[in-house]
Design a protein around this ligand. Structure first.
Ligand code: WT7
Length: 681
């Protein structure tokens, strides 16, 4: 092991990505991967489930026979087109795809009006539950009416096709109304998760030159109101902002500062406008939204999605992966609308399919640890979609809590955000799914827009710990370092080998970074391969087992964080001379942020180590948001570096995870690690 380790360190940090040979050595040598690849438990679908399932086995063959034609069929079957398309895919501008390029549609009309027009206006679209226990149910007719008014408000504020609107809100129905109103006008939303700091909001508003911000006074979380409007005020404080107006929804009832002329109450404006609004068709490639996500460098990337292809794939996957029967199912995805899961599987997928869903504002443990299960019982939720980190934290609390509620309505369970360990998978199925509900482990990314790899309930024989099979119409390969396919059970890097409808169309304002990040690794000539940044194995059954990121991106509670972004936040503090951040394995959150910091020499001794670490943890939370707050900040005298001066994060990860250190002979100064470990002990 020693020899390969040295090589691994040097390779890891001298090339941008882990070499595949190294991934193999590294991952194959750990017991967990070994046991994943030899997972022997199998859960075939029941005959009853298969008989009633939406997805029929033939779709795999249909998609294989004519991949592009398959997507054209889905686009026609699942959506309403103001102007039908005649051209399905234009890949001549690769790596920027055009799907259904000469067609026109209105995304909001597809999510709203058409359900009302087809006689389903009285179906509940959203059963919303506020954290304090207040509730609202909105039918499709009511939601459509709200969105029409909101579209009129926005149009009155000068918002039209192509304009960017930032949305910074709690999980309340108005967040959905705001997104759909923007979409209805052919404008572009940029939703910023309400847990992000004022600073993060500011950089996103500026990057997209947003004209309008839609926010709330505050939202409920853990029994308290967290202020949102104040963060918007902070983000707009600097001169020269492109923002003309701020629309504020009354939710927290907390005090807010008011900037006359700029700030407007949502309820005042909604009362002033006409109720009717006719949805116009926009071209299929009209941008729908920008969503920022962390990459390997400090600056978040504005991932751009467009309309027709995106809506086709999220509607198709939502219907087939979750076996949605809209007339009888009650669906609940626990994601915040500020993440891609909230965009695709709270807003666009479910509403395009006319689903009835539950939306919950608060945290799972407020006011008691059974809140989620209480909601499942109350609304008779039949399809439940959440993240492994949540499942693991419920496991820790014990099954007595969910056992205290009637969860018999559950018939499909979904998982997303990170690999789900087999123990959590089995617990999820046994305790939440009564030992019978199929679990779909869905692999995808902000960039892919929709689900790419997942079992299909009623078809796939399930295997814990593996996302299993590409969706029909999706071509995935696991490649070795040299770009050739690796054979099972070897590991490699996951690529998408053919364009897909909901693929990102770029990084906002940065076409070079788009090509470089995703397309430079394996593309050659006319062959374009999308590099996802994940390592994966194919097991002997041909199932795909995901192994996590191979770049400097961490996955904390299913959320993506960049080590560099947090390092930049740390060094922005006057106390800090140098910082290194690693993602350390964490039982509850998958990975946790651990920072190693060298203080400036003039600061040494100014605070105790504990004080400094507390200050810096708070500083990161204030700079980026609470999700980025390091679990630990270690104040150290030196950081381990290679001879070429790169910080050896992998070594720090060993320290952070409490492992014995490997061979450190490539360090410039081998005493460094001794100093670090001594300091920690
Ligand atoms: C990264 C994307 C997809 C919405 C939520 C996260 C990891 C996601 C799985 C899964 C293993 C997964 C990958 C991916 N990931 N789902 N089912 N199994 N890993 O979206 O923030 O864009 O992060 O999350 O590493 O690259 P995101």
């Amino acid at each position: 092991m020693g020899g390969s380790r040295i090589e691994r360190f040097t390779c890891t940090y001298s090339s941008r990505f882990l070499a595949v040979r190294e991934i193999d050595e590294d991952l194959m040598s750990t017991n967990s991967i070994d046991s994943l690849l030899h997972e022997s438990r199998r859960f075939p679908p029941t005959a009853e489930f298969s008989a009633g399932a939406i997805a029929k086995p033939e779709i795999y063959d249909e998609a294989k026979a004519d991949r592009v034609g398959f997507w054209a069929d889905q686009a026609r079957d699942l959506l309403h087109w103001h102007k039908p398309f005649t051209e399905t895919l234009d890949w001549s501008g690769a790596p920027v795809a055009r799907w259904f390029g000469d067609g026109e549609l209105n995304v909001a009309y597809n999510c709203l009006d058409r359900h009302v027009e087809s006689g389903n206006g009285d179906r509940v679209a959203i059963h919303w539950e506020g954290e304090p226990g207040d509730t609202r149910s909105l039918t499709y007719a009511e939601l459509t009416a709200e969105v029409k008014r909101a579209a009129n408000v926005l149009a009155g504020l000068g918002i039209g096709k192509g304009d960017r609107v930032a949305i910074y809100m709690p999980v309340i129905p108005e967040a959905v109304v705001a997104m759909l109103a923007v979409a209805r006008l052919g404008a572009v939303h940029s939703v910023v998760f309400g847990g992000f700091s004022s600073e993060s909001l500011r950089s996103r508003i500026d990057d997209a030159s947003a004209k309008l911000v839609i926010t709330a006074d505050g939202g409920w979380r853990k029994g308290k109101v967290f202020p949102l409007k104040a963060a918007v005020d902070g983000a707009l404080a600097a001169e020269g902002s492109t923002v003309e107006h701020v629309l504020v929804v009354r939710r927290g009832e907390n005090e807010v500062e008011w900037s006359e002329g700029r700030d407007l109450w949502w309820h005042d404006e909604m009362a002033k406008v006409a109720a009717e609004h006719v949805a116009e068709g926009f071209e299929a490639e009209n941008p729908l939204f920008i969503l920022y996500t962390s990459g390997t460098t400090g600056k978040p990337k504005g991932i751009l999605h467009t309309s027709g292809g995106y809506l086709t794939q999220v509607a198709f996957t939502h219907k087939n992966v979750f076996d949605l029967h809209p007339e009888r199912d009650v669906y609940w995805c626990t994601a915040d609308v500020g993440w891609i899961t909230g965009h695709s599987y709270v807003v666009y997928g479910p509403l395009a399919n006319g689903a009835t869903q539950v939306m919950y504002e608060g945290t799972p443990d407020t006011p008691h640890p059974g809140r989620w299960w209480e909601l499942i019982e109350k609304y008779k939720v039949s399809i439940f979609y959440t993240a492994p980190t949540a499942i693991r934290s419920f496991m820790k609390l014990g099954r007595e809590i969910p056992d205290g509620f009637d969860l018999s309505s559950i018939r499909v369970l979904g998982s997303v955000g990170e690999p789900i360990n087999p123990e959590a998978w089995i617990w999820y199925r046994d305790v939440i799914g009564a030992g019978t509900a199929p679990i779909v482990d869905t692999w995808w990314q902000t960039e892919t827009g929709g689900i790419m790899i997942s079992a299909l309930p009623g078809i796939t024989t399930l295997k814990p710990g593996s996302a299993q099979v590409p969706m029909p119409g999706i071509k995935i390969d696991i490649l070795g370092e040299d770009g050739t396919r690796v054979d099972p059970p070897q590991g490699g890097l996951l690529v998408v080998s053919e364009p897909w409808p909901s693929m990102l169309r770029g990084i906002w304002g940065d076409p070079e970074r788009f090509r470089e990040t995703y397309w430079s690794r394996f593309s050659a000539g006319d062959t374009w391969k999308y590099f996802a940044g994940d390592g994966a194995h194919v097991d002997s059954d041909g199932d795909i087992v995901l192994l996590g990121r191979v770049d400097d991106v961490m996955n904390v509670s299913g959320h993506r964080l960049s080590t560099q972004e947090i390092e930049s936040a740390l060094v922005s503090h006057p106390m800090v001379a140098e910082a290194a951040v690693v993602g350390a394995a964490d039982e509850a959150t998958g990975q946790a942020v651990v920072a190693f910091v060298i203080l400036r020499s003039d600061q040494e001794g100014a605070q105790t180590v504990d004080e400094a670490s507390t200050i810096l943890r708070a500083h990161v939370a204030q700079q980026i948001g609470a999700i980025a707050r390091p679990r630990q900040v270690f104040i150290v005298a030196e950081l381990p570096k290679t001879r070429s001066g790169k910080i050896m994060r992998r070594l720090l990860q060993d320290v952070a995870e409490g492992r014995e250190l490997g061979d450190t002979t490539t360090l410039t100064d081998t005493s460094v690690m001794q100093i670090i470990t001594d300091k920690l002990n």
